[in-house]
Design a protein around this ligand. Structure first.
Ligand SMILES: *[C@@H]1O[C@H](CO)[C@@H](O)[C@H](O)[C@H]1NC(C)=O
Ligand SMILES: *[C@@H]1O[C@H](CO)[C@@H](O)[C@H](O)[C@H]1NC(C)=O
Ligand SMILES: *[C@@H]1O[C@H](CO)[C@@H](O)[C@H](O)[C@H]1NC(C)=O
Ligand SMILES: *[C@@H]1O[C@H](CO)[C@@H](O)[C@H](O)[C@H]1NC(C)=O
Ligand SMILES: *[C@@H]1O[C@H](CO)[C@@H](O)[C@H](O)[C@H]1NC(C)=O
Length: 534
């Protein structure tokens, strides 16, 4: 037995067996279809079947009603109903009652309502006469109760997932602390990176320059190791690691003690960039405002959780908007690459949740056609989940500012592995556009978009994107559990975007090894902090 809900949500079909013989099919109507209505419909199907079962097969029941799942019911019903003409009509009165929402008062009173479907069925079956209206009222109360419970459980589930993905695991804390300790106590952990005689190469455009901005040492170590190990000419690789002030010493200690020669690695704290520390920097000002707006966003977190009519995933999204993770300077910093690296012509910017699996130097040979940002598109592809992103997926097209300026069907592209032609970039107003829209979003109380740095990026780089082959950047390993491991192994760079970061316990077990293989389990820091690699 199968239940099918049409994509438009207008039909619910119950079919039995492989022949997809339609047993019951009813229109929910083209009015506003709420998911409450769907729950009703599903339950109704169950009940209708059960009732039919009762009516038609009372003799076989023997009071043994242990079937509470739809599938089980189906199995028991099937032999009875095949070959019979059944035209189950949904009585109008049922819809009338169900469509009327319960008042707050009534909701409070629903204590004598059966708590499970099983109890409910018992009650219904025991009723000698099946008054449709009474039946519908009971059904409505029951569903309301179930829905409330489901909703609360859902909100909690989303909250837990959110906490699981945004809190820092103790292993990472441990790693940062022990490396910071090493930095203060061990001169070897403070060696200058790179050695003085190699410093000129940091601004030499005949080298391949990569930039990684992160405050996660373990993640940085994997990006760096995978980049260098898979490079055909590591002696031409320069990796610029940008980190914040608190992570500077652990990061420096890690790379001093784990040099990846002959590649060059530079570790810089944000406080080391002249450009960021002098005068007024739009990104810093915007961050400050952003922080303020977010803390008051939709009345703060308690107001968001308390809102009763919101769907759980909307609540979760709003809570996420409050998370400092999305407001980190590390995330916004890439929009200032031309100013941070005034001497460089072209860089590849890597996110800290990627793993490099191939030699990336051919990226420098791509003719960018005067465009600024070489990126993979995310609207075409086999994976309809990961690869179906257009501007509509990121921006609020109900807002006139967005609707007037952009095309909802324009293909989106991805951050994570981008080639930036800084020379071409310097001739544009991309950074200003970015900040203009950031400001607009703050002014409209985050109604243009709520999360992340990609939405303003899509806007700012609009018209400046050169599409590169999908081989270079495979996305979704942090949220598409069905990612094929074989496919992932073939990709040039894999990206664990999404919640299930490979360094968290919630990582997908089959994908984690692709990342963990670049962590040395016998390293003393990794061992001491019990970093879990399986
Ligand atoms: C709620 O229940 C109380 C007592 O059981 C009853 O007096 C009251 O009328 C009920 N309210 C509604 C709206 O049904
Ligand atoms: C319905 O019938 C079942 C079994 O016959 C019995 O256990 C149950 O108490 C009855 N429920 C009501 C509400 O009468
Ligand atoms: C950048 O902005 C300035 C001032 O608003 C304008 O004069 C200039 O034409 C813009 N340049 C580009 C490439 O859009
Ligand atoms: C999208 O914009 C509309 C119009 O300004 C606004 O009412 C709505 O709340 C916005 N949606 C979100 C999710 O912010
Ligand atoms: C892993 O760490 C151990 C202990 O520090 C070291 O001897 C070994 O060379 C490392 N292996 C790799 C592949 O870096």
């Amino acid at each position: 037995m199968q239940l099918h809900i049409s994509p438009s949500l207008k039909h619910v079909t119950v079919s039995t067996g492989k022949g997809v013989k339609e047993l019951i099919k009813f229109k929910i109507g083209s009015k506003r279809v709420s998911y409450l209505m769907i729950i009703y419909s599903l339950l109704f199907c169950t009940l209708l079947l059960r009732t039919l079962f009762v009516l038609h097969a009372v003799d076989t029941m023997d009071g043994d009603i242990k079937c509470s799942t739809i599938g089980c019911l189906g199995k028991r019903i099937r032999p009875k109903i095949f070959g019979r003409k059944l035209e189950p009509r949904v009585p109008e009165v049922l819809y009338q009652v169900l469509a009327e929402p319960l008042s707050k008062e009534e909701v409070k009173n629903i204590s004598d309502v059966p708590q499970t479907l099983e109890d409910f069925m018992n009650e219904v079956i025991n009723e000698s006469s099946l008054d449709m209206k009474a039946f519908a009222i009971k059904l409505r109360e029951m569903v309301t109760l179930l829905e409330q419970r489901t909703r609360n459980a859902k909100v909690h589930e989303y909250l837990y997932r959110h906490v699981a993905s945004s809190s820092i695991p103790k292993q990472l804390h441990c790693l940062a602390l022990s490396l910071a300790d090493e930095y203060s106590n061990n001169a070897a952990a403070r060696t200058q990176l790179p050695p003085p005689q190699l410093v000129p190469y940091l601004v030499d455009n005949s080298f391949y320059h990569f930039v990684l901005a992160t405050d996660n040492v373990l993640a940085a170590s994997v990006v760096a190791a995978s980049l260098v190990r898979n490079s055909l000419r590591p002696e031409k690789i320069v990796l610029h690691v940008i980190t914040d002030r608190k992570t500077y010493s652990p990061m420096q200690a890690w790379f001093s003690l784990h040099p990846l020669g002959p590649a060059l690695i530079e570790v810089k704290g944000l406080h080391h960039f002249d450009w960021l520390t002098k005068g007024s920097v739009p990104v810093l000002e915007a961050m400050e405002k952003d922080l303020k707006v977010r803390s008051q966003f939709r009345g703060g977190s308690s107001a968001i959780v308390a809102s009763e009519n919101e769907k759980p995933q909307v609540i979760a999204a709003k809570l996420q908007a409050l998370s400092p993770k999305y407001n980190s300077l590390m995330n916004h910093i890439r929009i200032h690459l031309p100013e941070l690296f005034p001497n460089l012509g072209k860089v590849v910017f890597l996110d800290d949740d990627v793993v490099v699996q191939t030699d990336l130097t051919p990226l420098w040979e791509i003719d960018m056609k005067e465009k600024v940002n070489g990126a993979v598109e995310t609207c075409r592809g086999d994976d309809k989940f990961v690869m179906s992103k257009t501007f509509r997926s990121y921006l609020n097209f109900s807002h006139p500012l967005i609707a007037q300026n952009f095309d909802p069907d324009e293909c989106a592209w991805a951050y994570g592995m981008n080639i930036f032609d800084l020379r071409a970039w310097r001739k544009t107003n991309i950074s200003q556009t970015y900040h203009h829209w950031l400001t607009q979003n703050l002014k409209t109380d985050l109604s243009l978009w709520q999360l992340g740095t990609l939405p303003p990026g899509l806007i700012a780089f609009h018209g400046y994107v050169h599409v590169i082959d999908r081989f270079w950047h495979m996305l979704g390993l942090g949220y598409q559990e069905d990612t094929s491991v074989a496919e992932a192994k073939k990709a040039g760079v894999i990206h664990f975007n999404g919640r299930a970061k490979p360094w968290l316990d919630i990582a997908f077990p089959k994908l984690k090894p692709l990342w963990a293989t670049y962590v040395n389990s016998s390293d003393r820091f990794i061992r001491a902090c019990r970093v879990n690699l399986s």
